[in-house]
Design a binder for this molecule. Sequence first.
Ligand SMILES: Cc1cc2nc3c(=O)[nH]c(=O)nc-3n(C[C@H](O)[C@H](O)[C@H](O)COP(=O)(O)O)c2cc1C
Length: 227
Amino acid sequence: MDVNIMYFSATGTTKKIIKSLANNFLEVTDNKIKKEVDFTLIHNRKEGIDFNKNDILFIGVPVYAGRVPNILLKYLNKIKGNGAFVIPVVVYGNRNYDDALIELNDIVKKDWITNGMHIIAVGADMAGKQELESDIFKDARIFVDSKAQCIQRGETRNPIIEEKILESDIQAELSTILLNNKKGRISDKDITIFDTTGMGVQDNTLAFMIYHKALALKIGKKFDFLG
Ligand SMILES: Cc1cc2nc3c(=O)[nH]c(=O)nc-3n(C[C@H](O)[C@H](O)[C@H](O)COP(=O)(O)O)c2cc1C
């Protein structure tokens, strides 16, 4: 897979975030960035751009007035995914990202999704949030971290409410897959979704890994919380 990055970044934060996300990803895959498109300046937004199903694209924009900056819409709609794996990112100044992520995500339409894709849905963790089009769930094998949580406030909640899928269409929780009690992907053509709302065990596992990596790298400071 080829990793590509695209960003609009007037004051540099979105560029920094997108580069850092892509580089972290590259650390575990041994790939290199194939294409970097900075579409901050108008002369870089003249031509559309095409990707294909061998591409991974990290694309980022800042939030302006709760939305994707409207001067970018024409250009963003000229980008053709053709089945690329896209990670849309919005960066905000800590007021609120409002509808910006939904808007950017709308560009990652159902027709961008092709057989064999795996989607990790991380963003929605309360009722009312939605980052994936509900129709994407109809053809996918669906996995969740916690069934009870995802039905109430995960991405899976939306297609269930819209009656596009049933609760029983959820294949399994992650723990079931990890214990090898159910298969995740059955064929290379499966579209799979992992909806994650966040559980204590994930936080603890990550904290454990960060702690041990910091010890190995001899970085960080001991801190007495109760001091
Ligand atoms: C015109 C304008 C509108 C903005 N609107 C919002 C907003 O609605 N919510 C928010 O949290 N931040 C808002 N911000 C802050 C930016 O989203 C934030 O500073 C972002 O990190 C800028 O990204 P950049 O450094 O890549 O340009 C706004 C900034 C500008 C310039």
